[in-house]
Design a protein around this ligand. Structure first.
Ligand code: M1P
Length: 246
């Protein structure tokens, strides 16, 4: 059986600067030349291209974006699941922006990515300092978890999950990263599948895929560091080195 790897991108990047470190890039580019892998992210392709060198993306078999709602093969869109948010949802989110006790609003709070919404109280236009400050605030206040639970409770046709440091990803229910495994199997059926992510626990955006893979034969799931940890990529490297030896 071949080993087919699926990476959540965050396990390969430093979350604050959202990039690969030179050391990790050197390790990963060598590894990527010798293995079969797919990447998956809540982000869209444009953002991923800012974070991961294009030659590494080109070494992958495919890049799933927007939480598995889009697949890119050789930089061409292979599929796209469209999502149009309701006015009621948009009003709810605007109210949450007003209600939050967090003091900074930087702009670009509701980003429509065509197949999902990305929602952020501090706003996607925040500076690096504001990003880190909001992340710290959220860890203490659990603001994002609270908003995500409200969304899931209010709309039984929606999913809301914590993706990175400052935002929540909102999709139609079930249209999350769990879609990725069956898509990967269209390319490689009956193999061994390995998923590595930084948010594989309940409430995280890797959980839906981790959950189904934990219940399936020939599948394994690895948690790379703490969620959004600056050095989670070191865990990814360790996991890959250990798997290479086994
Ligand atoms: O790839 C993980 C997440 O990265 C970003 O999260 P944040 O800006 O909150 O750190 C977003 O692109 C998000 O959609 C994505 O899931």
């Amino acid at each position: 059986m071949k080993k087919i790897y699926i990476f959540d991108m965050d396990g390969t990047l430093t979350p604050s600067r959202r990039e690969m470190t030179p050391d990790f890039e050197q390790f990963f580019s060598k590894w990527a030349n010798e293995h079969i892998f797919f990447l998956v992210s809540g982000s869209n392709l444009e953002k991923i291209q800012e974070q991961v060198p294009q030659y590494i993306l080109d070494l992958s078999d495919g890049v799933f974006t927007c939480g598995g709602n889009q697949l890119w093969l050789n930089n061409q869109l292979s599929y796209n699941h469209e999502f149009k948010p309701s006015e009621e949802l948009l009003s709810f989110l605007k109210e949450e922006i007003k209600k939050s006790k967090y003091p900074v609003r930087s702009g670009n709070h509701i980003e429509d990515r065509g197949s999902m919404l990305n929602f952020s109280i501090v706003g996607r236009d925040c500076s690096l300092e504001e990003r880190l400050d909001y992340f710290e605030y959220d860890v203490k206040s659990q603001e994002r978890a609270d908003i995500a639970i409200q969304i899931i409770t209010k709309w039984d046709n929606l999913d809301a999950v914590i993706g990175g440091q400052i935002s929540i990803d909102i999709t139609p229910r079930g249209m999350n990263k769990s879609q990725v495994l069956s898509e990967v199997k269209k390319f490689y059926s009956d193999e061994e599948y390995i998923f590595i992510g930084d948010r594989t626990m309940e409430g995280g955006n890797d959980y839906p895929l981790a959950k189904i893979m934990n219940e399936m034969p020939n599948c394994s799931v690895y948690q790379a560091g703490e969620p959004s940890a600056e050095d989670g990529y070191k865990d990814t490297q360790k996991i890959l080195e250990e798997l290479n030896e086994s």
